[in-house]
Design a protein around this ligand. Structure first.
Ligand code: ATP
Length: 313
């Protein structure tokens, strides 16, 4: 991050009241954001919650219905063209040319960003080595595996060394190992000064971000670092074990002071509202004295708590 002193923080993205309507449907509703330079920020939420639309608004590809956006210190409105060279964007479907080879894809993107001659060749060689694509240079992009396509898409999105990188669900089409590797590469980019905004519906991925926004139906329900979100959660987590968990789950979820009860293996993970002073006694009474313990909150618990906010008193 740029600074420890809050007065000196430089923001890569600032948004105020950002909204987008498609007819009657509000895809993004009054979104406020302050994303420090040099950080990895996540949008976490289910399909259709407005992640892609928010990213497209912040890149200037889509016009907002309302709100103000400042990107890398400049108002987005009126600076869309000049900002394009400072921004990278990797779309959900990777936007590769299937009928072009790996090298041709990079060549094409290089030309778009005004690279030519030795400079272009050198940058492409650098990216081929960095993203482990040297053996695939002549392969058509359409015939590559999900992981290879993802690495090529990241190489294309970062060819012009953008200061700010948008990644829309970049790991949906790859296995867990590729996903881990991909995140290592993101932290390398971040260490070199790139600010990254990444959307995901994976909890483990969101947990890797410096900070994130939890989104639902176009609204930001909460934001902060994963740690801060877990610490400020408005529920206590209790794990209950024993038999007949399916019936117990029903009894517990019917109770107004219980936000959710989900079976994980041989126990139920129960989110009890914070206003309940002794959650273990409370659960013991509701479950005929079954064994229960307090557990550490996870980001998934935060998500359930935030998106179920309307049920919280
Ligand atoms: N061009 C459009 N015209 C009409 N409605 C749209 C358009 N783009 C998005 N929407 C709607 O806006 C809402 C948010 O969609 P968006 O794609 O931003 O969600 P998302 O969180 O990125 O989900 P996904 O991961 O499935 O893409 C959805 O209800 C979607 O149908």
């Amino acid at each position: 991050m740029t600074s420890n002193n809050s007065e000196q923080i430089e923001y890569a993205i600032e948004a105020k009241g950002l909204s987008k309507r498609f007819g009657e449907n509000i895809a993004v509703n009054k979104l406020d954001l302050k994303i420090p330079k040099g950080s990895i920020y996540g949008f976490l939420g289910p399909n259709g919650c407005g992640k892609s639309t928010s990213i497209r608004l912040l890149t200037g590809l889509l016009e907002a219905s309302e709100g103000d956006v400042t990107i890398l210190g400049k108002p987005l409105q009126g600076h869309e063209e000049s900002l394009k060279t400072r921004i990278g964007y990797m779309t959900q479907k990777f936007s590769l040319y299937d009928n072009l080879t790996v090298r041709e894809n990079l060549d094409f993107v290089g030309a778009i960003y005004g690279f030519a001659g030795k400079r272009k060749k050198a940058r492409i060689e650098e990216l081929l080595a960095l993203y482990d694509l040297e053996k695939q240079t002549k392969q058509f992009a359409g015939s590559m595996s999900g992981g290879q396509k993802q690495r090529l898409a990241l190489a294309c999105a970062t060819l012009h060394s953008p200061e700010l990188l948008f990644l829309d669900e970049p790991t949906s089409a790859v296995d867990p190992e590729n996903r881990r590797e991909f995140w290592e590469r993101l932290f390398d980019l971040c260490a070199a000064g790139t600010t990254i905004l990444v959307s995901t519906h994976y909890m483990d991925e969101a947990e890797r971000c410096h900070a994130l926004a939890i989104m639902e139906e176009g609204n930001k329900r909460a934001d902060g670092s994963p740690q801060a979100l877990m610490e400020s959660m408005s529920a206590t987590v209790v794990e209950v074990s024993g038999n007949k968990l399916r019936q117990l789950k029903q009894t517990l979820t019917d109770h107004p002071d219980i936000l959710s009860a989900a079976q994980i293996g041989a126990h139920l993970r129960v989110l009890v509202k914070k206003k309940v002073h002794d959650p273990l006694l409370f659960i013991s009474e509701l479950s005929n004295g079954r064994e229960s313990i307090l557990a550490r909150p996870s980001l998934e618990d935060v998500f359930v708590t935030c998106t179920g906010e309307r049920y919280v008193d």
